[in-house]
Design a protein around this ligand. Structure first.
Ligand SMILES: C[S@@+](CC[C@H](N)C(=O)[O-])C[C@H]1O[C@@H](n2cnc3c(N)ncnc32)[C@H](O)[C@@H]1O
Length: 450
């Protein structure tokens, strides 16, 4: 009997050895048959179920792969990576509730095992279970506070969904002052302010400090909403300001705001004006969440532009000769647009400022538009493209923009360069044309192909 068993085991092992190269060569259908035959015979061997499950997964039989993995887990409950694989497949199927309980189960099992917490956290990250991943990393650091890799991963994952421009924006004094001034002018003792995009909570606290009766603010990013709640509490404004950790389109005026608000404030403006979705977001808020005639801050925004060029800019955006070679074929990869750093070199301004598109946020949503713009060259020079910046119509008195001088502006909003596909030499006084377009959610500028 013992010999039989041994022989059976050897036979099974041989069959597995035959199946593996078949899988490695990419013939997964054939490999599946072979692995299935093995798994059916070796019911008590968890590794056979795993091999079968992996083939099933590769072939897209996800439900069967889940069954196989569950069989393997039942036989080998301490094999943490199997649970991670299972969570990964469940993620692909969008089975959120099952995932949550699997994550909970996984975290319970690895709770006191620092050696498993990091690989498990990374597997959870791979399957997009960010909360569970963060919980595993935090637990790891409770057990081993100086675990370098654990700390680095925690910082990386924790900050991944927090755009770094938040810091420059919070510190942008001229911007903050403009919002505060306008909020003070708009405020009446019973004003209910609604803000979209809490961020750190700064605009909501400015509204509270300006005397709002109450402020409701919503933030789509739950991590940011959580820190804003803490900041607002720390600064003593939590009796006036309520943070709703949800995107604006999930807000209901009655349920969440206790009725429509009479003053709206937001700063959901990207460098390129439209990319954070300001037009659609404000339009929805205006219709569903604000009193008719409510004041909006800002009430209008514009895409501003001017032609720029010069050798310094050319050297960072295009190429002709370098080291004695003609490299100009590389110019097919001149980017459609790029942000300009405030420490970049001087620009050659080649046209007056142009207000390319103005959007009145208290009016109906505009339609996408294309515009051909002609302007006069102010200088001779190599015109690289269009430099774009933002203008905010805050109220009747205050207009704010991030164009300061003929140098790059030191503002949290960076100016955006839209290089032409082919730079053009211009002569002073000559007419230069370019095309501008927007599709509600983004801007584009280029020369027309003639
Ligand atoms: C440019 S930041 C401004 C933050 C803050 N209000 C300030 O002025 O410093 C925009 C913030 O709005 C959030 N956000 C963008 N669209 C949103 C929406 N539709 N609903 C809720 N929050 C949104 C982003 O996650 C981000 O934190």
């Amino acid at each position: 009997m013992a010999i039989d068993l041994q022989q059976d085991a050897q036979l099974l092992e041989r069959e597995r050895q035959q199946a593996r190269p078949v899988a490695a060569n990419g013939d997964h259908q054939a490999a599946l048959k072979l692995f299935r035959a093995v798994a059916e015979k070796a019911l008590g061997d968890w590794t056979c179920h795993v091999e079968l499950a992996r083939e099933l997964r590769l072939l897209g039989y996800l439900q069967d792969a889940i069954k196989g993995l569950r069989q393997a887990i039942a036989l080998a409950p301490s094999q943490i990576e199997l649970r991670c694989e299972l969570i990964d497949i469940l993620e692909k199927l969008g089975r959120e509730r099952v995932i949550a309980s699997e994550c909970e189960e996984l975290l319970k099992r690895i709770h006191n095992h620092p050696e498993i917490l990091l690989p498990a956290a990374l597997a959870l990250e791979k399957s997009k279970q960010v909360d569970a991943c963060l919980a595993a990393l935090r637990r790891l650091l409770e057990l081993q506070p100086d675990h370098f890799d654990g700390r680095q991963h925690l910082r990386r994952i924790q900050t991944e969904r927090i755009p770094p421009w938040h810091f420059a924006m919070m510190n942008d004094e001229p911007r903050n002052v403009a919002y505060e001034e306008v909020l003070r002018r708009a405020m009446k003792p019973d004003t209910h302010v609604f803000e979209i995009g809490t961020g750190s909570g700064i605009l909501s606290m400015l509204a509270a400090r300006a005397g709002a009766a109450r402020v409701t603010t919503c933030e789509a990013n739950p991590q940011i909403a959580a820190v804003a709640q803490q900041i607002i509490r720390d600064n003593g404004y939590d009796d006036v300001v309520t943070v709703i950790p949800r995107p604006s389109w999930e807000i209901d005026a009655e349920r969440d705001l206790g009725g429509k608000a009479d003053l709206f404030v937001a700063e959901i403006l990207s460098d390129t004006l439209l990319d954070e979705g300001i037009l659609r977001i404000t339009d929805q808020a205006r219709r569903d969440l604000l009193m008719p005639g409510a004041q909006l801050i800002p009430h209008g925004v514009s895409a501003m532009a001017r032609l720029v060029g010069g050798e310094a800019l050319a050297s960072t955006t295009m190429v002709t000769q370098a080291a004695g070679f003609d490299l100009s074929a590389f110019n097919r990869y001149i980017p459609a647009s790029l942000s300009i750093n405030s420490d970049s070199r001087e620009l050659l301004t080649l046209s007056d400022d142009i207000e390319v598109f103005r959007f009145d946020l208290d009016q109906e949503l505009p339609k996408p538009e294309q515009r051909d713009i002609a302007c006069q060259a102010r200088e001779d020079g190599l015109c690289i493209g269009v430099l774009q910046w933002v203008r905010l119509y805050m109220d009747a008195e205050t207009v704010f923009e991030n164009r300061l001088a003929d140098r790059f502006a030191p503002s949290a909003w960076r100016q955006r360069l839209f290089p032409f596909a082919e730079p053009v030499v211009v002569k002073k006084g000559e007419q230069v044309e370019f095309r501008a377009s927007h599709n509600i959610a983004s801007l584009a500028f280029d020369r027309r192909v003639v």
